[in-house]
Design a protein around this ligand. Structure first.
Ligand SMILES: [Zn+2]
Length: 554
């Protein structure tokens, strides 16, 4: 018996055991149609929806449409009596001083804002002041118990500012025995470094920008343009965050450390070796940051399809509904329709809900469909849900996220972004085999794409999260063609006003394949009583294990 046949037999027999015949499953899957999907996609990404910016009339249209569609499919409000979860957002425009004056050795050292460093403050205070903060070079700024690594060991960082390298020691050395080698771990993300520095009680954190390690040039973050950043508002007014969070250019960091009499390259090399001790630079700076603060409220949509005997366990399908709205200062077309990003994923939630609600005997576990807000501002809607979960995290089996789906036609393959992280991989392998497709790992794991969409907010709380994205091996046109057209799309359309449905170019056959594949995974999870976990050694596993142990009362 071939392996494929064996998997198919296991699949069919398990489906039959659970009182849902394969015919029922196939019928439910066939409710995911191109016509239905395309109609939702065109509506959501129409000019009328105004680019779906949070807290605008575009939001009202979008969340109302989603609620009405879910209700028409017979789903239930997912947050008590409500279809929505309010997400409090705060927009902060930070204006730092024009120069950072560093004191301590000889004449002092001055660095202009924009070209040498950038910074903001999340604290909800009109003026944030840092006084005589000592600068400390702290390697990669990581506390990673699974790798027996602590860059802050024995340090008291109260009132100090840490300089930390971007990415992680595995990437820096390309040593597969350090962290996960070339593939980025969460410890490599700048978002982690900001969080960890705050946990350590530091007053400030500056991530040292290096183009290769960051994956983008200084121009992406540098420059003296002051604009608003969106954040969630914590009860403490974000006082638990560092007063100053920012970046420093590699050149500026090198010069600053030379001024302090410390060799940048030697420190950097040492920092990638186990047992590195952080290096206080013996120099200080002071800085005042002025904050302009605007509060608003946005909404996650929560639609529930209750299960049967395991209805208190949940599978979440997520996709961000938001995009960039309308830019009044642009001439001509100024609506960011976000048809692919993320009209495709949002419409897929409706197709998915249609399939699940057409199962004659429903599912054992409950399915929660969750279009989330403010992804484009930093995964804020999903982060809010994950830290204010309506359903207990240890009763949430898995999250399957969809963001900017395949629009280029049928593919022989499917990509798991973050392949090798959790047992959910095995569900993808089985479902892909059933479609006669194969699974491809993340082509650029060093870029940390896994940490950049909504599923990651759930992963941080320990919930196993799957981010499967388009394949590249086009059934008719091959791989080179897909890579070419996909790269072209990224340059010409990604995050631009012309991320619009283009009937001449878009081919949604492959999108439907992918939605059906994810439906099969969700169905399988919903009929099982298994809780797939992160693989051993993964950075999210300890949190999940602790959370699950709380449930079983250990
Ligand atoms: Zn997106």
């Amino acid at each position: 018996m071939t392996r494929l046949l064996a998997i198919l037999l296991i699949w069919i027999s398990s489906a039959a055991l659970l009182a849902q015949g394969p015919a029922d499953v196939a019928k439910a899957e066939s409710a995911i149609t191109l016509e239905d999907y395309k109609a939702h996609l065109l509506t959501i990404s129409s000019d009328e929806f105004g680019g779906r910016e949070p807290s605008t009339p575009g939001e009202e249209k979008t969340v109302t449409y989603l609620r009405d569609q879910f209700a028409a499919l017979g789903l239930k409000p997912g947050n008590g009596d409500s279809w929505f979860q309010d997400v409090p957002l705060v927009a902060i425009t930070t204006t730092p001083e024009k120069r950072m004056e560093v004191q301590g050795v000889a004449r002092g050292f001055s660095m202009p804002f924009g070209t040498h460093w950038v910074a903001a403050s999340r604290r909800l205070e009109p003026e944030v002041r840092i006084e005589n903060s000592e600068l400390v070079f702290a390697g990669y700024g990581a506390v990673a118990p699974e790798y027996d690594w602590n860059d802050f060991e024995g340090l008291d960082l109260k009132g100090k500012t840490v300089l930390v390298l971007v990415n992680d020691p595995g990437f820096a050395t390309q040593d597969s025995t350090l962290f996960t080698g070339n593939a980025m771990t969460y410890y490599g993300r700048w978002t982690y470094k900001f969080e960890e520095a705050a946990r350590q009680g530091a007053a400030g954190v500056l991530v040292i920008h290096e183009t290769e390690a960051a994956g983008y040039p200084w121009g992406v973050i540098g420059g003296d343009r002051i604009s608003a950043n969106y954040y969630l508002e914590a009860k403490d007014g974000n006082k638990s965050r560092c007063a100053l969070e920012g970046w420093i250019s590699e050149e500026a960091a090198r010069n600053l450390m030379a001024y302090a009499g410390v060799d940048y390259d030697a420190q950097k090399e040492a920092a990638a070796r186990p047992g590195y001790r952080a290096q206080p630079l013996g120099v200080t700076y002071s800085m005042t940051l002025k904050n302009e603060i605007h509060r608003s409220t946005s909404r996650n949509v929560l639609a529930l399809l209750p299960g049967s005997d395991l209805k208190d366990e949940y599978i979440i399908f997520s996709a961000h509904w938001d995009h960039f709205g309308i830019r009044e200062d642009l001439e001509g077309d100024n609506i960011f329709n976000g048809a692919r990003d993320n009209g495709t994923g949002t419409a897929a939630l409706l197709s998915m809900a249609r399939a699940f609600s057409s199962l004659p005997n429903g599912t054992r576990r409950s399915i929660l469909f969750m279009p989330v807000t403010a992804e484009e501002q930093g995964l804020l809607g999903s982060a809010y849900y994950a830290s204010h979960p309506v359903y207990p995290t240890n009763q949430t089996v898995a999250v399957i996220n969809m963001d900017a789906m395949n629009i280029f036609g049928p593919m022989k393959d499917i990509t798991i972004v973050g392949k090798g992280l959790s047992e959910l991989d095995e569900y993808v392998l089985a479902a892909a085999k059933e479609q006669g497709r194969y699974v491809r790992p993340d082509p650029e794991p060093q870029k940390g794409v896994f940490y950049r969409s909504d599923h990651f907010s759930f992963a941080k709380q320990g919930i196993p999260a799957l981010y499967a994205r388009m394949g590249v091996d086009h059934v008719e046109k091959g791989e080179a063609w897909t890579r070419r057209i996909s790269a072209k799309w990224t340059i010409e359309n990604y995050h631009k006003v012309n991320d619009e449905y283009d009937p001449a170019m878009w081919d949604l056959r492959g999108t439907i394949d992918d939605i059906r594949l994810l439906f099969r995974i969700g169905f399988r999870l919903a009929q099982s009583d298994a809780f797939p976990n992160w693989y051993p050694g993964n950075e999210f596993r300890a949190r999940r294990d602790a959370d699950m142990a709380r449930k079983s009362g250990e």
